[in-house]
Design a protein around this ligand. Structure first.
Ligand code: GRG
Length: 289
């Protein structure tokens, strides 16, 4: 089975289906989880686990937990109190279908489910207690106040003003980069990687994390709603400083290529086959959605 199939099969099965109450909540959670998405973060977990000689089955729950957290962040990001977007992954946003109250709670429940999965007896049996504790620590730290959620707050603070490049970079290192770093790091931890391997994985993640956000900013001005599956032009509408508004499109493209090259260089430390990670990094730099 390929990674995408394996991830999606496991992901969907984690949502409680035998609970007769709160059906709107589980429907809302499944709606966003099953709406597609590139599954970059869980794929990175599996890639790094394999590269470091680990068992992908043991890494799979952590890959799913991370995608749950990512999906929670997208549901909350679309709410009227945040970006107020009506479309996500080519479909109406969660709150447009289930209402703001259920969408908010579905996001909360996905966040909670992530930690339930990462600490479940079955996960502990396959990955070992120490790996589980380390992954729970990575998930919570990179999601929280000094990670993705902190980045979102910097983003809110930067609205309606011209932010400088350092502030935009700090925001994106956290808002977008933190979960990408969590993915690469957890993959290594699952496989018992050493400190040098973890440091190289972090370097790879930092570079593709920023490149990923620069591409996101480019697509927000060059793509269409249909291709992106969400409204384009939202950065300008929300009066946000972005890499494109600060550097221009040509310089942005140059930086994406440079960062992607540096990410690929970071992989040289590993002895195993890094070809699929190289391909993934290159495809992200050229993505159209
Ligand atoms: C309100 C408690 C609370 C938390 C919310 C909203 C939020 C925290 C964080 C925002 C995180 C966010 C939306 C970051 C943007 C990152 C980004 C580029 C997302 C799109 O990722 P893709 O392209 O999406 O991987 P797919 O759909 O492919 O999964």
């Amino acid at each position: 089975m390929n990674d995408l199939k394996m991830i999606e099969q496991a992901l969907y099965a984690y949502v409680p289906s035998d609970y007769e109450y709160a059906k709107a909540l589980t429907d809302s959670m499944s709606y966003s989880l099953e709406a597609g998405g590139k599954r970059i973060r869980p794929r990175l977990v599996l890639e790094f686990a394999r590269l470091c000689g680990g068992d992908e089955k043991a890494a799979l729950p952590f890959a799913c937990a991370l995608e749950m957290i990512h999906t929670f962040s997208l549901i909350h990001d679309d709410l009227p109190c945040m970006d107020d977007d009506d479309m996500r992954r080519g479909k109406p946003s969660n709150h447009k279908v289930f209402g703001e109250d259920i969408a908010l709670l579905a996001g909360d429940a996905l966040l909670s489910l992530a930690f339930e999965i990462a600490s479940a007896p079955e996960t502990v049996k396959n990955a070992g207690a120490e790996v589980c504790v380390r992954c729970v620590n990575i998930l919570s730290a990179y999601c929280g106040a000094t990670g993705m959620i902190g980045g979102q707050v910097i983003d809110l603070e930067n609205e309606n003003k011209i932010a400088d490049l350092d502030s935009v970079t700090e925001c994106n290192r956290k808002k977008t980069g933190a979960l990408i770093k969590a993915a690469c790091e957890m993959g290594c931890v699952c496989a018992g990687a050493d400190k040098k391997q973890i440091a190289a994985a972090r370097l790879f993640a930092e570079n593709i994390g920023i490149a990923f956000q620069i591409v996101d900013d480019i697509l927000d001005v060059t793509s269409t709603d249909e291709e992106l599956g969400k409204p384009v032009g939202s950065d300008e509408e929300n009066n946000k400083s972005t890499y494109v508004s600060l550097l221009g499109i040509e310089e942005c493209k140059r930086r994406v290529d440079k960062l992607t090259g540096e990410a690929i260089e970071a992989l040289e430390l590993f002895n195993g086959d890094t070809s699929s990670l190289k391909e993934l990094a290159l495809s992200l730099s050229k993505r159209t959605n």
